[in-house]
Design a protein around this ligand. Sequence first.
Ligand SMILES: Nc1ncnc2c1ncn2[C@@H]1O[C@H](COP(=O)(O)OP(=O)(O)OP(=O)(O)O)[C@@H](O)[C@H]1O
Ligand SMILES: [Mg+2]
Length: 336
Amino acid sequence: MSAGHAGVIILSRMIPGYFPAPDQAGGPAGTSPGAPGISLGRLTTSPSARPEDVAVTLDYPLLESKITVPALPGWAISRPRLTRRIARGAAGPVTLVTGPPGAGKTTALASWAATAGPERVAWVTLDDYDNQPGSFWANVTAALHRAGVTVPGGAAGDPGRLAPVLAAQPLPVVLVLDDLQEITAPRLLAELASMLGSARPGLRLIAAVRKDPLLPLRDYRAAGELTEIRAAELSFTVPEAAKLMTQHGITLPAEELGLITRRVAGWAAGLRLAALSLDNHPDPALVIKNLTAEDSAITSYLVAEVLDAQPAAARELMLRTSILERVSAGLAGEGR
Ligand SMILES: Nc1ncnc2c1ncn2[C@@H]1O[C@H](COP(=O)(O)OP(=O)(O)OP(=O)(O)O)[C@@H](O)[C@H]1O
Ligand SMILES: [Mg+2]
């Protein structure tokens, strides 16, 4: 937000029905989640917007996919022990899901969100563009709206004014911030911490993050208000690995299954790569032997194995799009 709030959000113009009319502002919460007619577009400034809309000077795109709970892919196996842990965490103020890339954080949260209740879930998938207050709070506002929170025009994108709106929610809303490691700006983290403190009890946070964020975790921990789900807990157990293999039509002897699971230390992405390597491989025994060979660099082996199995056109597509964080069909076809 710029000093003096000189600019204007015209979300209400760009997104019909996005915010309530002035006479409804501050009214009871509860627009229907995912109300029809919402189509997120580019935010611009306008000299003619109402004074109460004045909040942010920015011109940036909002992507609907970023505030949508990711759909669960068909290959995702259910992991009830994690879903239960997340559900218990969601009943308290802060839940942290931490682990390395590919640990299964997003998939576990998406599984929980698919069955969550009675809380409302506002989901934001963050990227480095959100490491600035304007984009971050606009996305959070849009996600909250989607989850059914009525956001008065003046509170859009303004954490200080959003907090009392959230605190007054009759039914708590759970804000999921996926990839929170993208947010490093001290001011933004301070705003988030302050919002968490003042938006209670209506707001709860679940963050998926690769390392501990700079939030006052010690205070929450000391108060018994922090749920921590870490890499060890995210690791696949042998029965879960068996389920994943079965999903790919692969049945392995218990010993080999245990060996693979240990070799990748329960790493979700590694196990799935192993399953893809084994799937339809003419010599599964060889794959397992190479996977578990003492001198094999398992990650690079798996990646090479999966890539090598792809047709030339698919490899070329992967190569061209590999530098991008997000790929759309249009972008993938660019320059062909
Ligand atoms: N429940 C699951 N069932 C099957 N495969 C899974 C499951 N969870 C994770 N995986 C495998 O692990 C990969 C990584 O999972 P996910 O994207 O959830 O990890 P992440 O911890 O969110 O990673 P990042 O830090 O990169 O965001 C998935 O693409 C999939 O191959
Ligand atoms: Mg993720």
